[in-house]
Structures are given as C-alpha cells and as structure tokens.
Design a protein. Structure first.
Length: 169
C-alpha cells in the first residue's frame, strides 16, 4: 500500500472522466533536508537521471491522474485507465510524448507509472540514424521528487516497464 502515514488530509476530490470517485491522500511536504538527501541518494545510485522537482505531496500515480496534487493507490489505476478512455499500446515502439509507461514487479503487481518525456533515434558515429530508439520518462519516485530518466533507469523496487497506455484518439 503506497498510502498511509504522512498524510495530512483525507485527500482531494478526484474522479474519473465518468465521475467515479478515486480515493487519494494529500501528503505534507517533506523537510528540505530529507528531499536533498533523497536527491543525493538517487543521483548517486543512478547517475544518468536528471532531478526535476523536490515536491513530495503526491506519488507517481498522482502525477498523471491528479495533476501533481495527491497520492493515488495503484489499485485504482485500471479503473482510471478504463474510465478516462486510455487504450493500451502494443509496445514501446508505439509510444509518443505524453503516453504512460506502467512498471510491474516480478509478482505482476503495478509499482510505478511514468510519462513519456522524450523519444529519440540513436545515431551512428558518423551521424546517420540507426533503427534503435531511446525513450526518456518523467516520473515521481515515491515521495522523493520527480526525475527524468531513461525508461529502464528506475529503482529496482519499481519493477520493469511492461505496459504502455495512451489517451490519444
């Protein structure tokens, strides 16, 4: 369960496009020293990531589904995807900026969500494009702030990228 100790209220009024209420919890902003320690830890552990923000009032599910305002438990994500009109994409090759990446652990449980931030084609040493693409994602790491990272560069506990979703029509 992602939600729990540290919340300051019962949450905000969050609902799907069809009007179903989504339980959530707004959290207090963590002290700046704690956020600096988190940033230091993650940038040392995964040196290719880019720190974007030290907000800690929402989680990764709250970033795309509640405009960075609150924390949403993973158990509500399937309902949100369905009632907000998201479609599952067949694979990473079909994502564009703004699409969602869902990360699952080895038990098949949803652990993390990121938003596709950048897609670019890899180049050869002479400047011609290869057939390979790289994908960067923006995501909130628990309550440790936002990071921009390669799709696979996340803490082990977040699992691996396994599903891709879009709200494009």
């Amino acid at each position: 369960m992602i939600l729990g100790p540290g919340s300051t209220s019962s949450g905000l009024l969050v609902s799907t496009a069809l009007g179903t209420h989504i339980p959530n919890e707004q959290r207090s902003q963590r002290p700046s020293q704690a956020m600096a320690a988190a940033k230091s830890h993650w940038t040392a552990t995964l040196p290719n990531i880019e720190h974007r923000s030290s907000r800690s009032t929402y989680n990764c599910m709250g970033l795309p589904f509640a405009a960075r305002r609150t924390a949403i438990d993973p158990q509500h994500v399937r309902l949100i995807l369905a009632e907000d009109g998201y479609s599952q994409l067949p694979g990473l090759d079909h994502v564009v900026l703004g699409d969602l990446v869902l990360y699952y652990d080895s038990e098949g449980d949803l652990q993390h969500i990121g938003v596709v931030y950048e897609r670019y084609r890899l180049m050869t040493n002479v400047g011609t494009p290869t057939g390979s693409w790289r994908t960067k994602v923006l995501s909130q790491w628990g309550f440790d702030g936002e990071y921009v990272h390669q799709i696979e560069d996340v803490p082990t506990a977040f699992g691996f990228p396994a599903e891709y979703w879009t709200d494009r029509l």
